[in-house]
Design a protein around this ligand. Sequence first.
Ligand code: ZJS
Length: 174
Amino acid sequence: MNICVFCSAAPLDDRYTAPASEFARLLGEGGHTLVWGGSNAGLMGELADGVKAAGGRLVGISVEFLKHKAYEGADELVTTADLAERKALLLSRADAVVVLVGGLGTLDEVTEVLELKKHALHDKPVVVLDTEGFYAGLRTQMERMDAEGFLPRPLAELIGFADTPAQVFERLKA
Ligand SMILES: CC(C)=CCNc1ncnc2c1ncn2[C@@H]1O[C@H](COP(=O)(O)O)[C@@H](O)[C@H]1O
């Protein structure tokens, strides 16, 4: 399976990096391909290192203004002209999307994927690894949208939440 992962480009505390490394190991050992932003920065770099060490394939989709931070050692590295093109390519190369802890870049990416799914422009599974309850606030906000009629289809069809890396793969049936 080609699994697109959105996650932080920042160097993070062990309580965030350890579950991400476990996720990377399961992805690689499962014979999957990581499709990601192609950077060596922070958690993105650690994720790629973990997948590679576990024998997984790496497909990086970088962007012109960040290509100086591109990960060396990807099996395939594509550089897009801008962020919009990168987001489109990340999704088109994926069978499923997984969201690890992240900041505004991650939020931008997952929001776009969910908006496209809302409009039935794709139907790929989207699963959040909710490490340390990091996404509790976002989840509460989305549940309120769901409960109060802001979403045209049930939230549970758009996105799933997992507490552990193993649960992510159970949800993806991968
Ligand atoms: C120090 C430096 C120049 C880092 C390079 N920074 C980046 N390199 C590659 N992808 C990025 C970068 N910043 C944001 N992104 C994209 O946005 C997400 C990370 O943004 P954030 O840290 O969550 O907000 C990633 O999924 C990635 O696809």
